[in-house]
Design a protein around this ligand. Structure first.
Ligand SMILES: Nc1ncnc2c1ncn2[C@@H]1O[C@H](COP(=O)(O)OP(=O)(O)OP(=O)(O)O)[C@@H](O)[C@H]1O
Ligand SMILES: [Mg+2]
Length: 373
């Protein structure tokens, strides 16, 4: 893909010259501007891949402050263009974590490597950040898992006793509507508390899983069959796009069913009448890691970045009390990870969301039908 460069240089002739050189080198110029203020506007609007930034600019803000803003607001890598600068300026420039410096005057043999190295370094830095985040998330899951399994058993016993006691009381011959309603409420609450405990126990690393060849199309179809009535009532259209070829992975069927159930249920919760939920199951070839992927997308309310970064945290929910426990996605994340897969979420406020899971394709496996699954 052609890389798009933002040029920030206040000297008109130099700016024109850089633009021409970039075009000759096969880059696309996203915009060429002379001030930091314009540069920030253009960066937001045109979303370039990199900025070439003169340090000394006319106006309130110089190139160094502008580069700092670009990194923090748009995660945009910056290569400085400088004539010989004094020590103090260079020190300030260093603090903005630039991806390169080009000393003016420079020629194409300097320009192209500087851009390519900066783009490469920035890509690596982003991947490193993502890996660190995943690691952090896994550690958080593991500690919640340990804590949960520790207390879950302790809570389940008294819950069992309450439930048995309420059942006994319920058999008493009392014909008082208030009494019946109270018994019903207690039972409902105990069962709800128990469900939370059962969900939490799924965090426990010790729970045994049964991995068998499973076709993701079958799992998705089963979860959809359970949720389609809900979609119909809500006036939400559900679309299936399933691959024609086998989409077999090694999985625990009931856990995997839960993954689809959680993701589709969330999608439906985010949708109003008239929205669409799409479930796509694909086989990705060798170039894409020989995986099977499932995408659950909706045209519902979507999420802003502040919500998006918390959705995999245990107990994070934006739903009213009683409607969501905030465990669905954290459990989904943990299940997918336990299957050696990955999960990614994308969303835009007001437009919708999409969740993509990818799992290793099980080569040479008997189809689930043949394997009797
Ligand atoms: N498809 C989606 N569209 C918009 N927001 C979503 C979507 N999926 C998840 N979310 C947000 O992520 C939060 C966490 O989701 P999660 O499934 O973990 O918990 P929950 O749905 O609130 O409760 P439950 O434990 O019942 O699943 C939701 O409360 C919601 O704010
Ligand atoms: Mg949920």
């Amino acid at each position: 893909m052609t890389k798009r460069i933002l040029v920030v240089e206040d000297e008109g002739i130099t700016r024109k010259d850089i633009v021409e050189r970039l075009a000759n080198l096969g880059y696309e110029v996203a915009a060429a501007v002379g001030s930091a203020e314009e540069a920030l506007q253009k960066a937001e609007k045109t979303k370039p891949d990199l900025a070439l930034m003169d340090i000394i600019l006319k106006g309130e803000m110089d190139g160094i402050s502008c580069a700092g803003e670009m990194r923090s607001r748009f995660d945009l890598p910056v290569v400085y263009l400088t004539a010989l600068a004094d020590e103090q300026t260079l020190e300030r420039a260093k603090l903005t974590g630039p991806f390169g410096y080009l000393l003016k005057p420079f020629d194409d043999r300097d320009l192209q490597p500087a851009i390519e190295i900066a783009l490469y370094k920035h890509g690596m830095e982003r991947r490193l950040r993502e890996t660190q985040q995943q690691l952090f998330q896994s550690e958080k899951m593991a500690s919640v898992g340990n804590l949960a399994s520790g207390i879950a058993h302790e809570i389940r016993n008294p819950l069992g006793i309450i439930l048995a006691g309420v059942e006994c009381i319920g058999q008493m011959n009392v014909d008082e509507p208030f009494f019946r309603a109270a018994i019903g409420k207690i039972k409902e609450s105990v069962l709800r508390a128990n469900k939370i405990i059962v969900d939490l126990l799924k965090f426990s690393r010790s729970s045994s899983n049964e991995f068998l060849p499973v076709d993701l199309r079958q799992v998705a179809a089963e979860a959809l069959a359970l949720l389609e009535p809900r979609a119909k009532t809500a006036g939400v259209r559900v679309e299936k796009q399933f691959a024609f070829e086998d989409c077999i992975v090694s999985a625990d069927m009931s856990l995997m069913r839960q993954v689809f159930f959680n993701l589709i249920a969330n999608a439906l919760d985010a949708c109003k009448a008239g929205c669409v939920v799409t479930v796509v199951i694909r086989r990705n070839g060798q170039a894409d890691g020989n995986t099977v992927s499932a995408e659950i997308a909706d045209t519902g309310e979507g999420m802003g970045p502040d919500i998006l970064k918390k959705i995999f945290d245990p107990f994070f929910t934006t739903k009213e009390p009683g409607k969501g426990t905030g465990l669905g996605l954290s459990i989904t994340h943990m299940i997918v990870e336990r299957h050696g897969g990955s999960i990614e979420a994308r969303s835009e406020q007001g437009k919708g969301s999409s969740f993509t899971i990818a799992l290793p394709f099980l080569t040479g496996a008997a189809t689930p039908e043949k394997a009797g699954v």
